[in-house]
Design a binder for this molecule. Structure first.
Ligand code: AP5
Length: 211
């Protein structure tokens, strides 16, 4: 398997880019945040337990997340090109991927964006309550007011996108990020990406990075 991980603060644009790469270039995309929200919606016990952590802006336990991602990767063909968005968040999660030769990470792309812009992007984000598509009240408006362009679902704010929870999520991110960057930097797998650019510009940079 050829695995790329997207690192970066909440709101740096990982999900927006990963979804486009999956649609355009055939990458298999897993977002652990989306997986947890789907589990919550389905009333799954894993999701219900994770909900408390998500709503507080805390990380879900490593063992839960490692089991979730292993289950998603196991059925894939060895030829798959995979993007993991939101995983790993800790060195324990990164080490678990590298522990098996089949899931060793090939590239880590770090989305860099300053805090003011992160807060503006997250507090202005709206997502489709049906399909999860992401929009922004200023930067990426739906062509249909208050509704998803793709499926017509209502656009809502994520429960963890209030300014108070966003600020806590950013603190949690900072507490883990340096160690993760050191982990991938030491193995020369790390590439930084300027995330302060239009969506299409970043998409083109990623297509070059990922070949
Ligand atoms: P998760 O859903 O992964 O949230 P996150 O990492 O906090 O990332 P976001 O989805 O908030 O940001 P993003 O970088 O994808 O930005 P987006 O593209 O949407 O995780 C949620 C929670 O689940 C965590 O807090 C934790 O509790 C738990 N969790 C998940 N994975 C875990 C793990 N591995 N371990 C432990 N716990 C875990 O963009 C943001 C906004 O900006 C959007 O409105 C978008 O339209 C807009 N935008 C995007 N790009 C641009 C651009 N270039 N210009 C202008 N606007 C843009």
């Amino acid at each position: 398997m050829d695995i790329t991980v997207f690192l970066g603060a909440p709101g740096s644009g990982k999900g927006t880019q990963a979804k486009r790469l999956a649609q355009r270039a055939g990458f298999v995309h897993f977002s652990t945040g989306d997986m947890l929200r789907a589990a919550i919606k389905a009333g799954d016990p894993v999701g219900l337990k994770a909900k408390q952590s998500i709503d507080r802006g805390e990380l879900v336990a490593d063992d839960v997340m490692i089991a979730l991602i292993e289950k998603a990767l196991t059925p894939l063909s060895p030829k798959s090109r995979v993007i993991l968005d939101g995983f790993p968040r800790t060195v324990a999660q990164a080490s678990a991927l590298d522990a098996k030769p089949s899931t060793r990470v090939a590239h880590a792309v770090y989305f860099v964006l300053n805090e003011d812009k992160l807060i503006e992007r997250l507090t202005g984000r709206r997502i489709c309550s049906q399909c999860g598509e992401s929009y922004h009240v200023r930067h990426l408006r739906s062509k249909v007011e208050g509704r998803c362009e793709r499926c017509g679902g209502d656009l809502v704010q994520r429960s963890d996108d209030s300014e108070e929870v966003v600020r806590h999520r950013l603190k949690v991110f900072v507490s883990q990020n340096t160690k993760l960057l050191e982990y991938y930097g030491a193995a020369k797998r790390l590439q930084e990406l300027n995330a302060d650019a239009p969506v299409e510009t970043i998409q083109n940079s990623l297509l070059k990075i990922l070949g």
